[in-house]
Design a binder for this molecule. Structure first.
Ligand code: BDP
Length: 666
């Protein structure tokens, strides 16, 4: 081949490669730190080339009560000074500086003082020891259990770095549906190896434990929390763990929930179970995060169960127990009201559990930026102590004074090159960390930061794409389950619609249990004349939720069963409103495609095509959702589609035959 042509080809190839990005770098610049470095050296490496920085670490380096993670960034004699009480605080300061450099620049005279709102900012991995991930949509588990502890994947340190850069300081390595094997000595040595990699980044490891471990692993004949032998078994196990991992964080426990064992198997309470484990960890400074995700097939309303089971236990938990409560009373739906346990258990520390992995929001196929969902919950006013008693205040220690305060997010991270499957799902990992650090940050501000650091600092890219992100969660709500509808997903995979699903093994796993559509109307009556769940909220919320004319429309069918011709504020019937919301969702998803195409020349080819392909699917699946739900609900309402609504393109029977390939979705 002619040399000049070869050279030209090579140049073209190089240009193409430069425009390719697999997303593995996340929001971070190239890593200058190396394996084996201590925290302060990492901090130095992170700011190398960014500014002339001096670190000042001293117990009293910061005014007031900034805590070990706080930092200040100022300038003195021309140099940037990062002051902190601990090396980890300095590292957070370094990441702050790095973020500024990537998102608009470091101010000439910085006067930054930061300390996190929550003490413990945790990811929960639902990773199994066999490498699968429950509700994971980004490939297999990051943890290579077979190779540990001998081989350390380079991704472990990258993972720690990414987390530290957004303030996450703890990780629960394994699934809440925990196998007892995790606590075997060989697995504990693997856990130690991971903890050693994470430690310089300020990240502690935690484990989910199976409550029956004394029987299943220890060979005891009971796991009764009030049995001395059982308590001794756990105490010895805790000693063994702390010998390997002196800064081990503690346990997460899913007990008496979805078939998992727990103290109720022995006629004991959640408090009995949690306290027994807490006493095993207390001498070492560890904590128990006891989950409140419980529901019973016999209960008349799944949304009431956690409250009913836990409210009477307030004040009975040991000081190192935190109750880990999902944001809503059912299960990570696209929209739920906040869980009424928040604010209601004054004498027990509660933490919010969010789900970052989009089990119910389109997996890693669909773009749904979750900061609006997270902030909606955190800023909801519980009215526990009058106005301003937000979920955030009730959990961050300010309202009731509990410490440590904590928050958790179920991770969306896997072995995929880009970590999270969808490039935009990285933003959900990112925004969870940022909000755990400071829940007063805005969805807009976080999206802005993330886009600039991850894609491009060009306003022509950032502005339209940010608008798309900010409207994406509401779009998903609209085309999946608007007006307070919830849990009308297909059996098994929770990706597509199946509002006609009624033959579940338990009624509360079917869709009809939740929407209750019939000729008389649609929605779940949770008012004082229905299941009474509205009574779990403080006044004035209970009255507001109880009255359909006061209830926020976006929660209407969560709390009310209403006739199809019920009139909403806009004067249109409930049926017409439902139709138009579904339609609006479809239109929004189509708009995302146009927005993305409009920034084609501002994004590298690889990520552009990847996102373009996913958005195409999102628009298609939005139509699937709209048609499935509306055609099915129409069999109950018997009402025509409103004139302005686009007509369904599918037949109901055709949609009922769809079976998804679960390999990609579960
Ligand atoms: C549900 C998931 C299930 C989890 C459960 C939990 O479908 O896989 O095990 O939550 O949080 O949303 O325990």
């Amino acid at each position: 081949m002619n040399r000049r042509i070869t050279a030209a080809l090579l140049l073209a190839l190089a240009a193409l490669c430069a425009r390719a990005d697999d997303g593995s770098g996340l929001w971070l610049p190239a890593d200058r730190a190396r394996d084996g470095m201590g925290t302060l050296d990492i901090a130095r490496a992170e700011v190398e080339g960014i500014a002339d920085v001096v670190f000042r670490i001293a117990a009293g380096a910061l005014p007031g009560n900034a805590g070990p993670d706080g930092y200040a960034i100022t300038r003195q004699d021309g140099r940037i000074v990062i002051s902190a009480a601990s090396p980890v605080g300095a590292l957070y300061g370094a990441y702050h500086l790095q973020r500024l450099a990537r998102t608009g620049g470091i101010p000439v005279e910085p006067d930054i003082r930061e300390s996190p709102r929550y003490d413990l900012r945790l990811l929960n991995h639902w990773d199994n020891l066999d490498g699968t991930v429950e509700r994971g949509y980004a490939g297999h588990s990051l943890w290579q259990w077979d190779e540990l502890p001998g081989t350390l994947s380079p991704r472990y340190r990258m993972y720690a770095r990414a987390n530290a850069s957004i303030g996450i300081n703890g990780t629960v390595l394994n699934n809440v549906n925990a196998t007892p094997q995790t606590l075997r000595p060989d697995y504990l040595s693997k856990v130690k190896a991971l903890a050693d990699v994470f430690r310089p980044y300020g990240i502690k490891v935690y484990l989910s434990v199976n409550f029956s471990s004394p029987v299943l692993l220890g060979g005891l004949d009971t796991s009764d929390p009030l049995d001395d032998g059982v308590a001794a078994w756990w105490a010895a196990k805790a000693d063994e763990i702390y010998r390997l991992v002196p800064d081990f964080g503690g346990f997460v426990v899913k007990a008496n929930s979805e078939g998992q064992p727990g103290p109720q198997d022995y006629g004991r309470t959640h408090a009995d179970g949690a306290n027994m484990l807490a006493r095993a960890l207390a001498p070492h400074g560890g904590i128990v995060m006891w989950r409140a995700f419980v529901y019973d097939p016999d209960s008349d309303d799944r949304a009431k169960q956690a409250y009913d089971e836990f409210i009477g236990l307030d004040g009975l938990f040991d000081g190192n127990v935190i109750l880990q409560v999902k944001n809503g009373p059912v299960d990570f739906q696209p929209r739920e009201p906040f869980n009424p346990l928040f604010g209601a258990m004054e004498r027990t520390p509660l933490m919010v559990e969010f789900q970052i992995t989009q089990e119910y929001l389109g997996h890693s196929e669909q773009l749904a930026y979750l900061a609006p969902l997270f902030t909606e919950c955190l800023r909801s006013d519980t009215y526990a102590r009058g106005r301003g008693s937000t979920v955030a205040a009730a959990t961050d220690g300010t309202l009731f004074g509990h410490s440590p305060s904590a928050i958790a997010g179920v991770a969306n991270i896997g072995l995929d090159d880009n970590w999270t499957g969808h490039h935009f799902a990285q933003a959900n990992w990112y925004c969870f960390g940022r909000l755990a650090w400071d829940h007063t940050l805005t969805s807009d501000g976080i999206a802005d930061e993330w886009l600039r650091a991850t894609f491009s600092d060009d306003d022509g890219f950032v502005e339209p794409v940010k608008r798309m992100m900010l409207s994406s969660r509401e779009a998903v709500v609209d085309y999946m389950m608007p007006l307070g509808l919830h849990h009308i997903f297909a059996e098994g995979h929770h990706y597509g619609p199946e509002p006609w699903y009624e033959r579940a093994v338990r009624p509360d796993w079917s869709s009809v249990y939740y929407h209750r559509a019939g000729s008389a109307g649609i929605g779940f009556d949770r008012t004082s004349s229905g299941s009474g769940a509205t009574g779990h909220y403080f006044s004035p919320l209970r009255e507001i939720y109880d009255d359909p004319s006061l209830c926020p429309e976006n929660l209407l069918l969560w709390f009310h069963h209403l006739p199809w011709d019920y009139r909403l504020a806009n004067g249109l019937t409930l049926w017409d409103n439902l139709c138009l919301r579904y339609q609006a969702g479809v239109e929004a998803a189509r708009e995302f495609q146009k927005v993305w195409d409009s920034v084609e020349d501002k994004v590298d080819r690889q990520r552009f095509l990847h996102v373009q392909e996913r958005l195409r699917r999102q628009a298609r699946d939005a139509v699937w959702w709209r048609d499935a739900c509306l055609l099915y609900f129409q069999t109950h309402s018997g009402m025509p589609f409103p004139p302005g609504m686009e007509r369904p393109v599918y037949d109901l029977d055709e949609l009922k035959r769809i079976r998804l390939d679960l390999k990609h979705h579960n």
